[in-house]
Design a protein around this ligand. Structure first.
Ligand SMILES: [Zn+2]
Length: 306
């Protein structure tokens, strides 16, 4: 809710044929600044409380109205993006800004739109290690579940990433979203996309997914995770899987996937069991994104399909 003095300030700015009474504006701004917390909030998520054992974490983001929502600005030479299906936040420009009190005020003055989106829960948070529960049929059509899905899609696209599970935004429910776009894939070398069998696919929203391997064929490739920023490791995954679940409309759905799409599905379904890729990785391949192109240590499996 907007503070009363803020509303008053906005009203004053509209008065007198658009000419604000400067002294009154300054007075209200001084009063407003006295009410704001002295500690800057930059880079911090706003924790609004616990209604379950999971933390509900949200952050305020200012979105300039005259900029496109998705403009990831991938640097073509970024090795982290080239080699991994989930991108690094480092080095990527974003039109959004986590705001502090002064920029919040500044945002209003510049008529920016304020968007309230969840933060991504990071490694170390117990929320990532608890199994999620199924969404009941009665719940699916509710505003709450539909809002969670919308938030997840926005958070995934904003980073950008190619998949997100509800526990990653502090919601212990079996919901995953994923998509891989042409423009993401275009930044990786062609031979790499071929080796990974990586092809674009449209947005998928799956509730209560049940994953089944379709063959024993597996592959080793590097993975990253939005909850484990800045690191990558090789993980063995099945090459062909089938996922059954419900769509956001509550209707049963089935997805047959191979290659990279199958990997993303396995990664996201693991999140719903409280498992991170680091629980399954080939430990000696764990590395920072800066070291991604360095040779593998002795004894590590080779990249590729087995
Ligand atoms: Zn992940």
């Amino acid at each position: 809710m907007r503070p009363k003095c803020m509303i008053r300030l906005m009203k004053m700015r509209r008065c007198q044929n658009g000419i604000a009474n400067q002294s009154m504006v300054m007075k209200v701004m001084r009063r407003l600044s006295q009410r704001l917390p002295s500690k800057p909030l930059t880079g911090e998520c706003l924790r609004l409380g616990r209604t379950t054992s999971f933390l509900h974490i949200r952050t305020l983001i200012v979105q300039s109205q005259n900029k496109p929502i998705s403009n990831p600005g991938f640097p073509s030479s970024n090795p982290a993006f080239n080699a991994n299906f989930i991108t690094a936040s480092r080095g990527f420009s974003s039109p959004s800004t986590v705001i502090n009190p002064s920029s919040w005020l500044g945002g209003l003055v510049k008529k920016k739109k304020v968007i309230d989106l969840p933060c991504i829960v990071k490694a170390g948070d117990p929320a990532l290690h608890q199994p999620a529960r199924e969404v009941s049929l009665e719940e699916i059509g509710s505003d709450r579940i539909q809002k969670i899905i919308d938030d997840m899609v926005q958070v995934m696209r904003r980073r950008p990433g190619v998949g997100l599970a509800a526990p990653q935004i502090g919601i212990p429910l079996k919901i995953i979203v994923l998509e891989d776009l042409k423009e993401y894939i275009a930044h990786a070398p062609e031979e790499e996309n071929k080796a990974q069998d990586r092809r674009p696919f449209d947005l998928l929203v799956i509730l209560n997914p049940i994953l089944r391997k379709k063959s024993n064929k597996s592959a080793f490739f590097y993975e990253g995770c939005l909850s484990v920023d800045g690191y990558r490791a090789m993980v063995e995954r099945f090459v062909e899987v089938e996922v059954r679940g419900l769509g956001r409309d509550g209707k049963p759905m089935k997805v047959d996937a191979c290659g990279w799409k199958a990997r993303i599905l396995q990664h996201e379904c693991d999140h719903l069991e409280g498992t991170l890729y680091v629980d399954k990785m080939v430990k000696r391949t764990f590395r920072t994104i800066e070291n991604l192109d360095l040779p593998l240590a002795n004894g590590c499996p080779k990249l590729g399909v087995r």
